[in-house]
Design a protein around this ligand. Structure first.
Ligand SMILES: Cc1cc2nc3c(=O)[nH]c(=O)nc-3n(C[C@H](O)[C@H](O)[C@H](O)COP(=O)(O)O)c2cc1C
Length: 480
């Protein structure tokens, strides 16, 4: 069967694919598969069943040919012989969470600290340990391990491995792969502070950096050895995984590259006591869809979300909060931004005094529930003297007099645009997948407010249309 390399497609097609993939919360490769499946009228359940049936066969084949069914990026992870090797097992999980196919190589030293069995169980893949293994070397497997990947991560990178790399050794599988590779290499050194500061390690590090090797960490902190602390702890698996993703992900493309967008989404939960809260029916779907679309358009997106059951959109920094006051704090911390979109359904009120303990049901009647007003996030940010984003967009969820109420909100809050939507229960907008919106745009320097009424659409499509509208506005403003 013919193979298809997404990265070889032209930029415009890749941007469209990324947008679709982000909207559906899939990797680009999965999106391509879905499109192909749809085109050939194959049902998703059938395909899923086929993948499931194939899994045992893949596991039972310890040759390099078993890696052909990778979904996302491919990383060769070399685990060195240090105490931090146990953290490399967590790194495998962190990479896999990011849809990365991980192939592990354990040095002889590493096998003293972790087993190949643990690494292969986590990676769902055969683990390689031996340069002279006839099973994997029948076709010069070390060369394939070096090249049939998008990058190599060495974690932990021991002083010994760094020395060998700096001097071009290739007397075991790990060093042979590193010498034979033309892929980016990321080292996560981990060693005792004295080893790290030793002049020979410093020389080797300098040489490796000159050779274009990328390095993350080590961090400062306590060592495994009793009473020892200093610089030498391996960077945390999540830091290494994020650094790897930055190297793997192609530079963003799209009309919002270089723009910082701050978005809020979801409801807020206002505590009454430790177990009860005031909430609303917002699902967060519209705000999450906008965040995904903005990220797919190349923006640097921060999403501050109330409690919702949605996964983080790809490529978006997500900050989860509970109450309105936490949301405001996180929004203020996330400034400056070029554009702020406040799609969250922030509770207008909270209880004046939150109970420290669960309020008991007593015979003396119902407890009084006095409410006080919550901070108005949209108005607060719209009226900032410094750090006000140049474009502030609010949402108006109304159940009657939609346009009139949205128009007065636009003037009252001091924002630039309002996206008005009718959230009457009969429309099924709250929690549903469709939305019908009107976009109110305040005229420049006292000019007339423009109103665009969009047809009923999926929330994903409302998000794309809004992001497209923002991109046009920015491009018009920048060209004047
Ligand atoms: C208990 C123990 C812990 C070790 N921890 C480290 C370490 O954290 N970093 C390091 O560079 N070497 C450490 N070493 C030394 C390496 O294991 C040794 O240099 C080994 O040859 C490294 O092999 P490799 O880098 O090829 O896996 C440790 C050795 C022992 C016995």
């Amino acid at each position: 069967m013919a193979s298809l390399t997404v990265r070889k497609l032209d930029e415009a097609l890749k941007a469209q694919l990324r947008l679709r993939a982000a909207r559906h919360g899939r990797s680009v490769e999965d999106e391509v598969r879905t499109i192909l499946r749809e085109a050939t009228h194959e049902g998703a359940p059938q395909v899923r069943r086929q993948e499931h049936q194939r899994a045992p066969e893949i596991k039972s084949m310890p040759t390099l040919s078993s890696v052909a069914s990778s979904t996302g990026f491919k990383v060769t992870l070399i685990i060195g012989g240090g105490i931090a090797a146990y953290k490399a097992l967590d790194l495998i999980r962190r990479l896999k969470e990011r849809d990365v196919h991980v192939r592990c190589v354990l040095t002889r030293g590493a096998q003293q600290f972790v087993t190949a069995l643990s690494a292969s169980a986590l990676a769902h893949e055969h683990v390689y340990t031996d340069l002279f293994d006839p099973k994997s070397e029948f076709d010069a497997g070390h060369i394939r391990l070096a090249r049939d990947c998008d990058m190599i991560v060495v974690a932990p990178a021991t002083a010994d491995l760094m020395a060998k790399m700096a001097h071009g050794h290739a007397d075991d599988l790990a060093t042979a792969i590193l010498l034979a590779s033309n892929r980016p290499v990321l080292l996560a050194p981990a060693m005792n502070p004295l080893m790290w500061n030793n002049p020979s390690t410093r020389r080797n590090l300098a040489q490796l950096k000159t050779d274009g090797i990328l390095v993350i960490g080590p961090n400062a902190g306590e060592m495994a050895e009793a009473n020892e602390a200093g610089i030498g702890r391996m960077a945390e698996p999540i830091e290494i995984a994020n650094a790897a993703m930055e190297i793997l992900r192609p530079a963003p493309v799209g009309p919002l590259v270089g723009k910082r967008i701050l978005i809020t989404a979801g409801p807020t939960h206002e505590p009454i006591d430790p177990v009860r809260y005031i909430a609303n029916r917002s699902s967060g779907k519209q705000g999450f869809a906008i965040a995904a679309s903005a990220a797919a358009a190349g923006a640097n997106v921060t999403l501050v979300s109330g409690p919702v059951g949605l996964n983080d959109p790809p490529g978006v920094r997500v900050i989860r909060v509970e109450a309105a006051r936490d949301m405001l704090r996180q929004v203020e911390d996330a400034l400056p931004a070029d554009i702020a979109i406040f799609a969250a359904a922030v509770a207008d009120w909270r209880v004046a005094r939150e109970g420290d303990q669960k309020i008991k049901k007593t015979s003396s009647g119902m407890p009084p529930l006095q409410l006080v007003e919550n901070p108005d996030i949209l108005a607060t940010i719209s009226k900032l003297k410094q750090k006000r984003p140049p474009l502030v967009i609010g949402f108006a969820a109304e159940t009657e007099h939609l346009i009139d109420n949205a128009m007065s909100k636009l003037l009252r809050k001091g924002c630039d645009w309002i996206v008005a939507n009718d959230v009457s229960p009969s429309g099924g907008v709250m929690g549903g997948d469709r939305n019908t919106v009107h976009l109110l745009m305040k005229g420049k320097s006292g000019g007339e407010t423009k109103i665009e009424s969009w047809p009923a659409m999926m929330k994903d499509d409302v998000a794309s249309a809004l992001v497209d509208r923002i991109a046009r506005e920015i491009s018009a403003a920048e060209s004047t």
